[in-house]
Design a protein around this ligand. Structure first.
Ligand SMILES: [Zn+2]
Length: 302
């Protein structure tokens, strides 16, 4: 087993153990029980699926629609750069991600999902802008602090946009105390802000815990940012197909990206900067997503 293999095994072992407790409510139930959303979903952890191998589910494409809204009008993205990002190439790298992922064959996987009127998700993501937050809530953030940061960014000038996902991107000196680096690397949820249902996501910086949250390669020369690109993509596609945690997930409560978490398919390039897809003028190493067609499968494109 090469270095990357060992790294993957370590990630798997560490995080499967750490996550078992958090996911116990859902996993303890019969697999035929439909999750309420509450068991896994107060915030939906990127790390939750590191145990891997969640394919199938007994018929259809292995993932099911539960009646809730889906973002079918195209998705807008806002970044909230929390902490200290001065001089960090992550700002350029992740802005290129947000500008490039819409229209990619990777994001096209999400067009296999649809709402209650059979309206499909569009292969459309629009980066709408960003704001900076210099430690308004310190360096140890609770879940409620994340929503407060999003709320503050909206009162501070970002549009209040129900078709958007707001990403709180934290610098490596910032912790999220409900389980960043031990249970998850990022999560998404929704909340009412100013009377509007706002979808938002916490994205931690894997530089804080590379063994738990990095992708083990840095195709853009910034291990933290390259890891965040994969986590952002994961949360973005889940927030698109399951924005209110009551639309698309399987019998175990796994949303589309959870079913393929930490799998990358075929990779290319030299060790240290391996990638599995290219868009927006950059190479990326981004985890696969679940195709809701042909029986269901993990892929990097559709
Ligand atoms: Zn997830």
């Amino acid at each position: 087993m090469n270095r990357k293999g060992w790294t993957a095994l370590l990630i798997l072992a560490c995080c499967f153990l750490a996550i078992a407790a958090q996911a116990q409510t859902v996993r303890g139930n019969s697999q035929d029980l439909v999750p309420t959303g509450k068991g896994y979903g107060v915030h939906h952890a990127q790390g939750q699926a590191k145990g891997g191998n969640h394919g199938g589910g007994g018929g259809g494409n292995g993932i099911f629609y539960h009646g809730g809204p889906v973002l079918t009008n195209g998705v807008n993205v806002y970044y909230i750069w929390y902490g200290n990002w001065s001089g960090n190439s992550a700002v350029n790298i992740l802005t290129d991600l947000a500008n490039g992922i819409g229209g990619s064959s990777y994001f096209n996987i999400n067009t296999t999902y649809y709402d209650g009127n059979n309206v499909p998700v569009l292969n459309s993501v629009t980066y709408q802008g960003s704001t900076n937050d210099s430690y308004s809530h310190g360096t140890a953030l609770s879940d409620s602090a994340i929503q407060a940061i999003v709320s503050g960014a909206i009162s501070g000038g970002l549009p209040k946009d129900p078709n958007a996902v707001y990403f709180v991107l934290t610098s490596a000196d910032v912790n999220e105390t409900s389980g960043f680096c031990t249970s998850y690397c990022g999560w998404h949820t929704h909340g009412t802000i100013g009377g509007t249902d706002i979808k938002y996501s916490f994205i931690g910086n894997p530089d804080r815990c590379p063994s738990a949250c990095s992708v083990g390669e840095a195709p853009n020369g910034n291990a933290g940012a390259d890891g965040m690109a994969s986590i952002i993509s994961h949360e973005l596609e889940e927030a698109t197909t399951d924005p209110d945690l009551n639309a698309w997930y399987d019998r175990r409560g796994y949303e589309n990206a959870d079913k393929c978490a930490w799998t990358f398919g075929t990779t290319y390039g030299p060790s240290g900067s391996q990638y599995n897809m290219t868009f927006g003028g950059r190479d990326w190493l981004i985890q696969q997503n679940w195709v809701n067609a042909s029986g269901g499968y993990c892929a990097v494109s559709y």
